[in-house]
Structures are given as structure tokens and as C-alpha cells.
Design a protein around this ligand. Structure first.
Ligand code: ATP
Ligand code: MG
Length: 291
């Protein structure tokens, strides 16, 4: 179910976003509309989270602006054209340059949890990177690490890969540029988050190339779907993983699902309480960051 937007043609729906192209086929822009759909473990869940599309778009736009120099750092080129979204989808859409996307999800982790923690517990490494012994779920890493994933074609699972594999996929120079740019953006964003009492535990970036071959930050950026945000105070004082990782992100949904679903067949309906808690935390994150 997608909205009709004059001048735009719906072309694709991902798990969370709906993509439109201009009716004029020579026009290379794209309209990215964030829905209220929520996905976890590669399944779109039901019901959606009311207001999520708008909250995530607001957050993305705020971060794009920070990274374009509002935070005082060197501007990072991005995919926004700067035009306002059409009225039909105002507040939850961005008009962007359609880029040649690189098939790599650029993940940076400053803290150990999730799939990183699972691999560390089994092998002592994260995406093949050796880490010190004795780390616990939610611990801060000695320094942030870049752990790329191969962006699987539609509907397939993304796959964690080594840096060497990313070199095979995009070439040595490009792979190094993706790593260095991702680490730099993570450092900047984590520093901004810290001044607001937030920990940016990990995040994922996507990049693409424009017609002139310029690398641009694309997709959504530093949202509560693409990142883990924790309360810094709770992390310092908490004694259990749950207390330490008081999240402002999709982890609320993942945790509920992990406890109530065996990952076979269709996932169960999210209870109203989980939906409400998730919206409330998303709103709180936006307020903490941008107020
Ligand atoms: P799937 O398509 O497997 O469901 P997804 O859940 O990541 O993947 P969405 O996030 O809903 O999909 O849709 C956004 C899509 O748009 C992603 O495939 C993303 O890589 C792509 N994208 C984001 N920005 C741009 C851009 N500037 N140019 C081209 N593609 C882009
Ligand atoms: Mg996506």
C-alpha cells in the first residue's frame, strides 16, 4: 500500500522504505519515503510503529546536517538534494540523488553486543578482528572497529565479511576510503551523542557514487533503526546487561521478539506495550539529541 504522489512513480519497496522515481525518466533523482514499518531478524513485523517514519526521517536529516558541517567538522558529501518532500509524504521523505550504491554495509562498533558479542563469545573475534579476553556484553571496545557486511540482494541476509573480502568487492582504494570515512563519521557522531548523555554503541552507513564519481553518504544515517543508542548514565551505573544497555532503538523490539518467537514461520504480533515503549524511546532520543 503506497501513496500516490503526482510527478513520481513508485518503483520499489524495501522492508522499511518506499522508493519513487520521477515520472520524467531523464530525471535522476529519487524520493525515499520512510514508512512506519519495523523489521527485525529480516522480517517486517506487525503492527507498525506509529510515527516511526517521521521520527527516523527527522533524525536522519538532523545528522546529515551535523555531518555537512553544523557540528564544526569537515563536510561529508551526502545524497540529499535539499528539496522539500512532496506534501503527500511531508516529514517522512527525502529527495535524493540516485547513486550507484556500493554493495557494502559499513558497520562501526564502539561497544561489544549483538552479533559482535555472539561471535566474540564463540571465537574471541568480531568479523575476524581479535579482541582482548574477558570482555562482557555491552563493554566498550579498546577502540572503535570497522566490521563491513556484504549487502545481500533483495530479501537475502546481509553477511559479515572481512576487510580483505571488501577489498575484493570494491578494490583496495575504495575499501580503505569506506573504512576511514566510516570510522571518522562514527567518531564525530559518538562525540556529539556523548555531549547529550548518549552512547552510540554501533551504527551502519551506506555509501554510493554520484555521476562525477564522488563518494556520498546515502540511505538513512545514525537513526534508531541503523544504530544502537544507550543511556550513558545507565551504562555506567547499571549492573546487568539489561540495565547497562537501556536502548533508544530497535533493540526493544528485537529483545521482545527473541523472547517470544522461535524464528520459525511468521513472527507474532507486537503487543501494544512494546509498540508504545518503542515510539516513546524514539521520541526521547530525538529530543535528547536535537533539543
Ligand atoms: P531490502 O530492499 O532488502 O528490504 P532494506 O530493508 O535495507 O533492504 P530499505 O531500507 O527499506 O531496504 O530501502 C532503502 C533502499 O534504498 C536500500 O536498498 C538502500 O541501499 C537504497 N538507497 C538509499 N539511498 C540511496 C541512493 N541515494 N541511491 C540509490 N539507492 C539508495
Ligand atoms: Mg536499509
Amino acid at each position: 500500500m503506497t501513496v500516490e504522489i503526482p510527478g513520481w512513480k513508485h518503483t520499489y519497496s524495501g522492508k522499511v522504505r518506499d522508493l519513487y522515481r520521477p515520472a520524467d525518466e531523464t530525471d535522476t533523482r529519487m524520493l525515499v519515503v520512510a514508512s512506519d514499518r519495523v523489521s527485525a531478524f529480516d522480517h517486517v513485523l506487525s503492527p507498525g510503529i506509529p510515527g516511526k517514519g517521521e521520527l527516523l526521517t527527522t533524525l536522519s536529516l538532523w545528522w546529515f546536517d551535523q555531518l555537512a558541517g553544523a557540528d564544526g567538522g569537515t563536510p561529508v558529501p551526502n545524497h540529499l538534494t535539499g528539496e522539500p518532500a512532496p506534501d503527500e509524504v511531508a516529514g517522512r521523505a527525502m529527495i535524493v540523488r540516485s547513486l550507484d550504491m556500493l554493495p557494502i554495509e559499513c558497520v562501526v562498533r564502539g561497544y561489544l553486543t549483538g552479533s559482535g558479542w555472539a561471535e566474540y563469545r564463540a571465537e574471541g573475534t568480531v568479523c575476524g578482528i581479535a579482541l582482548p579476553e574477558g570482555l562482557q556484553d555491552g563493554d566498550r571496545l579498546p577502540e572503535p572497529i570497522y566490521t563491513p557486511a556484504f549487502k545481500a540482494p533483495m530479501g537475502e541476509h546481509d553477511e559479515n565479511i572481512s576487510f580483505e573480502r571488501s577489498v575484493e568487492l570494491v578494490g583496495a582504494e575504495r575499501a580503505a576510503q569506506l573504512r576511514d570515512t566510516s570510522l571518522e563519521i562514527y567518531h564525530r557522531a559518538a562525540a556529539t551523542a556523548e555531549t547529550r548523555g548518549l552512547i552510540l554503541a554501533d551504527t551502519k552507513f551506506e555509501f554510493g557514487l554520484d555521476e562525477d564519481g564522488v563518494l556520498r553518504l546515502a540511505d538513512e544515517v545514525l537513526t534508531s533503526d541503523s544504530s544502537r543508542y544507550w543511556d550513558a548514565e545507565a551504562w555506567r551505573t547499571g549492573s546487568t546487561p539489561t540495565e547497562r544497555m537501556a536502548s533508544f532503538d530497535k533493540q526493544i523490539v528485537r529483545n521482545w521478539l527473541a523472547a517470544n518467537w522461535d524464528k520459525q514461520g511468521t513472527p507474532p504480533e507486537l503487543p501494544a506495550e512494546i509498540v508504545e515503549r518503542t515510539v516513546a524511546r524514539y521520541r526521547e532520543l530525538l529530543a535528547k539529541l536535537t533539543d
